[in-house]
Design a protein around this ligand. Structure first.
Ligand code: PHE
Length: 444
């Protein structure tokens, strides 16, 4: 049998895993969800979710992947023989398709917006022009489909190279570019003068009265989405690790960098939003409507517009390849097909799903307009990923012996505490999930 692929270096793995975590979630989803969730309070709950649930699940996933050196379903099967934990792997496989079907669409928008800012098409005089442009672009023509397909082709290009020469190499080139752009954007935002104070107050001054179970569930779902958890990505990435790798250290590094970049993205976006007196709770279109309108009114706005949307595209690419890899590792290993073959087959399916999502914004079928993106996003972040994470961490905390856990990760006081977190995580997830869903349903 062909030797299984592995990461080439520690740094390469770290960049690929951070690249998976840092994505549209940081620049597109985090700011708008935080905007709707009221700012600082949401940020605090989110951070708690990352520490209490995110890191334990991340450690569990990387550990299970590394121990078993197989795709997510097979790793769960061999870790817990004769127990049904592999269902979490199957759920992840389905979730991967569902996420990709909308992720690729939004990434396509980012590509279009990069080019549109480059060619000066986003020179709006008012916010309403920006709204019109966004609506006519997403609902009106074939362009979103062209960019959707282009983005999928980019993914295929990287994935054909394999784990080390494709994914790892792309991350090594793209991640430093991303970080450099984020810093440029923050410097721009923090030197705006107006709005900086309100922006910072919004992010860091909590209003505790606004807490609801539904808000906590949203934060939990975002934590799963952000750290690429509960759907097999981190099991799969963990399975390319060498036995001597330290998954605990890596997990903290991944969670730290991802959270840092989410907060930094907030620092770049909120002062800008407040500086011009726009609505922070405008929802998913925040990045596409508000940002271009704002940038236009600033000196060198066009340059920053190009940089912003290019950064989004880069971040999206290093994440989408990690979602793809769940599918590719599973299909190629279980059905003994070549990588190339499964990449092509799965890309055809993903393209069809992406087209469906993209077309759902238009009125091709008169009278039927249904926001598929919103439903898929909710279904995956709030239901499937926490459920997948619950199954995995239930396995790691309750089916696996404590001694195995400590032997694997190192028997020290730190890992003993971490183990308690892993054991607790299923309760926390279930608790938030049940209360949140009840709260959510009571609104209907
Ligand atoms: N973490 C990515 C983001 O924030 C999304 C993602 C989800 C990636 C699930 C992989 C798996 O954009």
């Amino acid at each position: 049998m062909e030797k299984r692929q592995q990461w080439g270096s520690k740094l390469g793995f770290l960049l690929a895993a951070v690249g998976s975590a840092v994505g549209l979630g940081n620049f597109w989803k985090f700011p708008y969800v935080m905007g709707q969730g009221g700012g600082a309070l949401f940020l605090i709950i989110y951070l708690l979710c990352i520490i209490l649930v995110g890191v334990p699940v991340l450690v569990a996933e990387l550990m299970i992947g590394k121990r078993n050196q197989k795709n997510a379903v097979a790793s769960l099967k061999s870790e817990f023989p004769e127990r049904p934990f592999f269902i979490g792997g199957w759920l992840g496989f389905i979730t991967a398709f569902l996420i990709l079907s909308f992720y690729t669409v939004i990434a396509g928008w980012c590509m279009y917006y990069t080019i549109a800012s480059l060619t000066g098409k986003l020179a709006f005089a008012s916010q309403s022009q920006s709204v019109d442009h966004f609506l006519s672009f997403t609902t009106g023509n074939y362009l979103p489909l062209v960019f959707l397909i282009l983005f999928i082709v980019l993914n295929v290009g990287v994935l054909l190279g394999g784990v080390k020469e494709g994914i790892e190499k792309a991350a090594k080139i793209l991640m430093p570019i991303l970080v450099a752009i984020v810093f440029l954007l923050i410097i721009r935002a923090l030197t705006l003068g107006d709005g900086v104070k309100e922006g910072l107050a919004f992010m860091f001054k909590p209003d505790f009265s606004a807490i609801t179970p539904n808000l906590v569930l949203t934060a939990l779902g975002l934590a799963f989405f952000k750290l690429s958890l509960g759907m097999g990505t981190m099991i799969t990435y963990g399975s390319y690790l060498k036995p001597e790798s330290n998954v605990v250290k890596s997990s903290f590094q991944i969670a730290f960098f991802d959270t840092l970049i989410a907060v930094l993205a907030g620092l770049a976006i909120f002062p800008t939003v407040f500086a011009m007196g726009f609505d922070v709770s405008s929802g998913p279109s925040l990045a596409f409507i508000t940002i271009p309108a704002l940038l236009n009114q600033l000196p060198f706005g066009q340059v920053f517009g190009v940089l912003f949307f290019f950064a989004l595209t880069v971040a999206a690419l290093t994440s989408s390849i990690s979602i793809y890899e769940v599918i590719i590792a599973f299909l190629s290993e279980e059905f003994k097909k070549s990588r190339k073959y499964v990449i092509i087959v799965s890309s055809v399916i993903i393209t069809v799903l992406g087209i469906l999502v993209s077309v759902s914004f238009t009125d091709v079928i008169p009278g039927v307009q249904y926001d598929l993106l919103d439903s898929l996003d909710l279904l995956t972040s709030v239901f499937f990923m926490p459920l997948g994470g619950l199954i995995i961490v239930l396995g790691a905390g309750w089916a696996l012996k404590r001694s195995t856990f400590l032997d694997e990760l190192g028997n020290n006081i730190f890992n003993k505490i971490l183990y308690v977190f892993v054991v607790m995580a299923p309760f926390i997830i279930s608790f938030i999930f049940v209360l949140g869903v009840v709260d959510f349903l009571s609104k209907y």
